[in-house]
Design a protein around this ligand. Structure first.
Ligand code: KIV
Ligand code: ZN
Length: 510
């Protein structure tokens, strides 16, 4: 029988560390529920001591989780570990994940500790964690740049203190498949108590090798893999769960392992994570990109018509991608809309459905044909907005060759309407100045403004993405509408909501 690989999902922790990717509590709970439906084994819900918000998120995910293990990250100190244990209290199956750096560079520069002091910290931290929780994972941060003899002593120490999962992260994405596989083989051979622990991979994608390295470690004996949806994460991201799961499935002949991943839930999960983080999936991204199953050249199309296996090693249906394109019009009713949402992989609450249906009707009035892509943009826009405290109520913009552009904007701030009229060097400038006048946020700067057409045609919806930055924090917002300027206002205000949430509620008082 093929051996089972445990999937440890860190979308809510390492994934959330991507610039601009932060999620609020409601969004994290949605993602956690979908991760359970996807079939992951462990959800790392956050870093409990990092902030009040992280603590609440770990606690809420721990409360909600049905089947999965819920983990919280903790550094090797008492305060972190106790905070993690406290947040995990409601969990049916809690895990404390504690870590410390083991590479010479990190120990010297970051920790200011000698190797012996680090060994002592491992002993103490894992022992404390085990006193508070039966399930303890220990990670050797920067394992791939650590001295092998020292790493072996560190792993042995962690296992002796009670860790039952040993993670060897490629923190800086430095490994290659051969070296990463060899590291696992070496540790599993030379650490005397290695058989008491499950070895785990955790790969960053700085050289684009995260998935390849993960699979090499699995071949070498790792039985847990740490990954994120769409590969989001610090810098170039983490290994993408959808790529690992499908590689194990499609190439079962050479990778004879199974996972609990329900592959038909992959697209649904990818879309949700993309919607709540505002982090678009690149079109040519493996498995979940818009072009992953598109065939452009005549030769390929001809082959596909004769037999799809000529150019497809897996079907779009196997990863939950729907096939139809042309959809609904203004005469389509609730049932057809609901059907379409389901085929696209969305499960909306009653309220969300009503809001989405109203917006669909407005869209169908403005646009002759509504395509799958339109529905995806519309629903993602709705999901992204959640319960934003600031909403766009009305937008009017005057622009052209006749002089300065002018914008009149009405926002609803905590239910109360506020209006501003401003001029700008162009329509977008005027629009964003009006928002700034209503909700001052002088410290924040616009880092990115992107517009994409959701479909072809001059009546297409515009999908706008905005990134705001302030004091090292970034927040990303999206907006979709047939009017590019309305979409821009929605995206900007969505990003602003997220930024204020990060900054604390005080800013709204202005
Ligand atoms: O990349 C890394 O080393 C980590 C650890 C904290 C597990 O994310
Ligand atoms: Zn990491």
């Amino acid at each position: 029988m093929a051996e089972r690989i445990l999937i440890f999902d860190t979308t809510l922790r390492d994934g959330e560390q991507s610039p601009g990717c932060s999620m609020n509590l409601e969004e994290k709970l949605k993602v956690a529920a979908q991760l359970e439906a996807l079939g992951v084994d462990i959800i790392e819900a956050g870093f409990a001591i990092a902030s009040e918000g992280d603590f609440e998120a770990v606690q809420a995910v721990a409360r909600q989780a049905q089947r999965v293990i819920v983990a919280s990250l903790a550094r090797a100190n008492r305060a972190d570990i106790e905070r993690a244990a406290q947040a995990l209290k409601p969990a049916r199956r809690p895990r404390i994940h504690t870590f410390i750096a083991t590479s010479p560079l990190h120990m010297r520069v970051k920790l200011g500790k000698s190797p012996e002091e680090v060994l002592e910290a491992i002993r103490e931290s894992v022992t404390l964690a085990r006193n508070l929780c039966d399930d303890v994972e220990w990670s050797a941060e920067d394992a791939t740049r650590s001295d092998r003899d020292f790493l072996a002593r560190a792993v042995e120490t962690a296992i002796r203190a009670g860790a039952r999962t040993i993670n060897l992260p490629d923190t800086v994405g430095y490994a290659t498949p051969e070296t990463y596989g060899a590291l696992f083989r070496d540790m599993m051979n030379r650490v005397p108590n290695a058989d008491l622990a499950v070895f785990s991979t955790h790969c960053h994608n700085d050289l684009g090798l995260a998935v390849a390295n993960t699979l090499a470690a699995v071949m070498a004996g790792a039985r847990q893999v740490e990954s994120t949806v769409n590969g989001i994460g610090e810098r170039a991201g983490n290994a993408a769960v959808e790529e690992i799961a499908m590689a194990l499935r499609v190439r079962h002949d050479v990778l004879p392992f199974t996972t609990g991943i329900v592959s038909t839930e992959i697209m649904r999960t990818s879309r949700l994570v993309s919607a709540v983080t505002g982090m678009h999936v690149q079109p040519n991204k493996a498995i979940v990109g818009a072009n992953a199953f598109a065939h452009e050249s005549g030769i390929h199309q001809d082959g596909m018509l004769k037999d799809s296996q000529t150019y497809e090693i897996m079907t779009p249906e196997s990863v939950g991608q729907s096939q139809s394109t042309l959809v609904l019009g203004k005469h389509s009713g609730r049932a057809a809309f609901r059907d379409k949402l389901e085929s696209l992989g969305y499960r909306l609450s009653d309220n969300e459905f009503q809001d989405a249906f109203q917006r669909f009707k407005a869209l169908a009035d403005a646009k002759k044909h509504v395509y799958d892509e339109d529905i995806v943009a519309l629903v993602d826009d709705e999901v992204m907005r959640g319960h934003d405290r600031i909403e766009v109520a009305e937008v009017e913009v005057y622009c052209g060759t006749g002089g300065k552009a002018r914008a009149i904007v009405t926002l609803r701030v905590d239910g109360e309407e506020r209006m501003a009229a401003t001029k700008g060097s162009g329509p977008v400038d005027a629009l964003f100045r009006a928002v700034r006048q209503i909700v001052p946020h002088e410290e924040a700067t616009l880092l990115r403004y992107e517009v994409a057409a959701v479909t072809a045609g001059t009546d297409a919806q515009a999908e706008v993405s905005v990134v705001l930055g302030e004091a090292g924090r970034t927040a990303r917002g999206v907006g979709a509408h047939t009017d590019t300027l309305v979409a821009s206002a929605r995206a900007y205000v969505n990003a602003l909501n997220k930024l204020l949430l990060k900054r604390g509620r005080a800013a709204l008082a202005a």
